[in-house]
Design a protein around this ligand. Structure first.
Ligand code: CMP
Length: 140
């Protein structure tokens, strides 16, 4: 059994529609445990840093603007194969391609307003968690 940690964000389109509880319930139903959570406002600087890998993409500025448009929830999730499991329950990036029952299929509005983000690898999970949490804020 591999116990991992991954990083999760509930995006402004979802906080705006009061979906924090519904989405967190879907995460918890999968067996993952929320071991850190806070509601914050992303700054342009933080968004650009977090999504730096996409800085040359045409959607970059729109993505940063959207991520700063309302509150977000940042979370650390822990559990067996947490990175892969969270990606499975989120569904495909584009909700049109997401499997039935996934968070994005159920709740997402569009490719940009896709309700959640989750780390795509264990290496990125470590980096993304460190963007928002220190060790004192994580309580397994
Ligand atoms: P996320 O998992 O947060 O990672 C990068 C985000 O860019 C992605 O979800 C989408 O919401 C957003 N995005 C916007 N436009 C595109 C696009 N054309 N291709 C991929 N991602 C996009």
């Amino acid at each position: 059994m591999t116990i991992e940690r991954t990083f999760s964000m509930i995006k402004p389109d979802a906080t705006d529609r009061n979906l924090v509880g519904s989405i967190t319930a879907m995460i918890e139903s999968s067996g993952l445990r929320v071991i850190a959570s806070k509601r914050i406002r992303m700054t342009q600087e933080k968004a650009a840093e977090f999504y730096g890998v996409h800085s040359e993409r045409p959607f970059f500025q729109s993505l940063c603007d959207f991520m700063c448009s309302g509150p977000i929830i940042v979370q650390v999730l822990e559990g067996e194969n947490a990175v892969k499991k969270n990606r499975e329950i989120m569904g495909a990036t584009n909700p049109e391609d997401a499997d039935d029952g996934t968070i994005r299929k159920v709740h997402a509005v569009s490719l940009e307003k896709n309700s959640v983000h989750g780390s795509d690898s264990l290496e990125n999970a470590v980096i993304e968690i460190a963007h928002f949490f220190n060790d004192q804020e994580i309580h397994p």
